[in-house]
Write a protein that binds this ligand. Sequence first.
Ligand code: UTP
Length: 277
Amino acid sequence: MIRKCLFPVAGYGTRFLPATKSMPKEMLPVVNKPLVQYGVEEAVAAGLDNVTFVTGRGKRAIADHFDISYELEHQIAGTAKEEYLEGIRSLIDNVNFSFTRQHNMLGLGHAILTGEPLIGDEAFGVVLADDLCIGEDGVSVMEQMAKLYKQFRCSIVAIQEVPEDEVHKYGVIAGDSMMEGLFRVTDMVEKPKKEDAPSNLAIIGRYILTPDIFDKIRETPPGANGEVQITDAILRQAKEGCVLAYKFKGRRFDCGSVEGFVDATNYCFEHFYKQSK
Ligand code: UTP
């Protein structure tokens, strides 16, 4: 049973400048809820109610969001506006939040390793909050993956088919098909050129990792830009043991890009916000 979920949120969010100059990318609102809250709700729906953030400089708004705001709550107590805070209050009451800081932004692999003391020796989920995922039939993507983990007990990466001319933005897998939508990973390439990509199956921001990943990250030398890629460490796990790639059921919006963010906003406005009115 997986209990913990890691949120690496230390990145600079340069694709969203100037909005992210002094505000964390993860706090950008999709309609009326910050991106990171969608991610936490997804993790909690999968039973992962110990949430760890790897934050960095300029990210304090995330910690404040998952804390009580006494003055504000006092101000709106007894008014109709109280209902706006119900969702976040329920998370604050039911989730155990912890925080650590990545001092130098040396890549996703390094960010995950920074979370090791708060994760310890157990399998855990990873959510990149800028990928907003909406599971099919109300089953969150992390919930789908946690179910698979129960069966297979190994690291799992979420994948989606992308157009060939977009593979250079992603980690891309090669794998042997095990059953509908599930592959055993045989190779992984980070941001390949179209002609070098082993497939069009791209890794998106949802992972379940077994704790041996920390040693694998430590064994992974930094790449050309000094960043430690998580893909390299997961490939080591795949070569020495087993890693699965799961074509999740649902939709995913790349909210780290302006286009994906606008698409997510339109989708959530139509499907969630308007429905709730
Ligand atoms: P991205 O590369 O998508 O995010 O990293 P970024 O660096 O914030 O955005 P751009 O590319 O400059 O626009 C994927 C995830 O990994 C986290 C980011 O916060 C994001 O959630 N990350 C990345 C870290 O926590 N630390 C790092 O050193 C790098």
